[in-house]
Write a protein that binds this ligand. Structure first.
Ligand code: CTP
Ligand code: MG
Length: 202
């Protein structure tokens, strides 16, 4: 069994607004992506990173695509040996070895496992500035990465989505939820980067 880590790190980071692509912005004294690479390399046999086209370094740093889903696909295509895949965003540098292991351990009998946390805000569905629905908060979880899959389930799941699990779900795949960590938030805005600096300093 070959466990391959896939790290989408090819985004521009427009909302962060740094002068380099987000995954390469310095956070806690090093390029953001390196925090995740340290963790995944401890758990996986190999880690493939999808990066902007001018930062490739074969065989493990491959060119990403125009969308996150394309970047994941490019990295997956570079790892035909994978039987289990651990997808983890470069933009979540506070991930831990323990969380990745808990996701891998939960893959028994399902197609995928995602880390997620219960939603704390009440979420509204809005159209044209008006609320059309208020889903029951007690059933809502915010998806994170890591997201762990049987490689063949992810290979079959084509399309565009903001996470990989939704593509596997759309194919009828079973996806289990493991409780993630609030600290494992996605660094998206300058405020997120300030909070992440504090957490990575400990
Ligand atoms: N990502 C990727 N390829 C893309 C777009 C995103 O590999 N074409 C990666 C990002 O590098 C990031 C993760 O997917 O690690 C989550 O995406 P997001 O937080 O949206 O990052 P960016 O797209 O870089 O940020 P923004 O949307 O603000 O430009
Ligand atoms: Mg993006």
């Amino acid at each position: 069994m070959s466990v391959v880590g896939i790290v989408p790190a090819a985004g521009a980071g427009e909302r962060l607004g740094a002068d380099v692509p987000k995954a390469f912005a310095v956070l806690g004294g090093r390029p953001m992506v390196e925090w995740s690479l340290d963790v995944l390399r401890e758990v996986c046999d190999r880690v493939v990173v999808a990066v902007p086209a001018d930062r490739t370094a074969p065989p493990d740093f491959v060119a990403g695509g125009a969308t996150r889903s394309e970047s994941v696909k490019n990295a997956l295509d570079a790892a035909p040996e994978a039987s289990v895949v651990v997808v983890h965003d470069a933009a979540r540098p506070m991930v831990t070895v323990d969380l990745v292991r808990r996701c891998l351990d939960a893959l028994d009998g399902v197609d995928g496992v995602i880390a997620a946390v219960p939603v704390t805000d009440t979420v509204k569905e809005v159209e044209d500035g008006e609320v059309v629905r208020t889903p029951d908060r007690g059933r809502l979880w915010a998806a994170q990465t890591p997201q762990v899959f049987r490689a063949e389930a992810l290979r079959r799941a084509a399309g565009e989505a903001t996470d990989d699990a939704s593509l596997v779900e759309a194919m009828g795949g079973r996806v289990r939820v493991v409780e993630g960590m609030r600290e494992n938030f996605k660094v998206t805005t300058p405020l997120d980067a300030r909070v992440a600096e504090m957490l990575l300093a400990d």
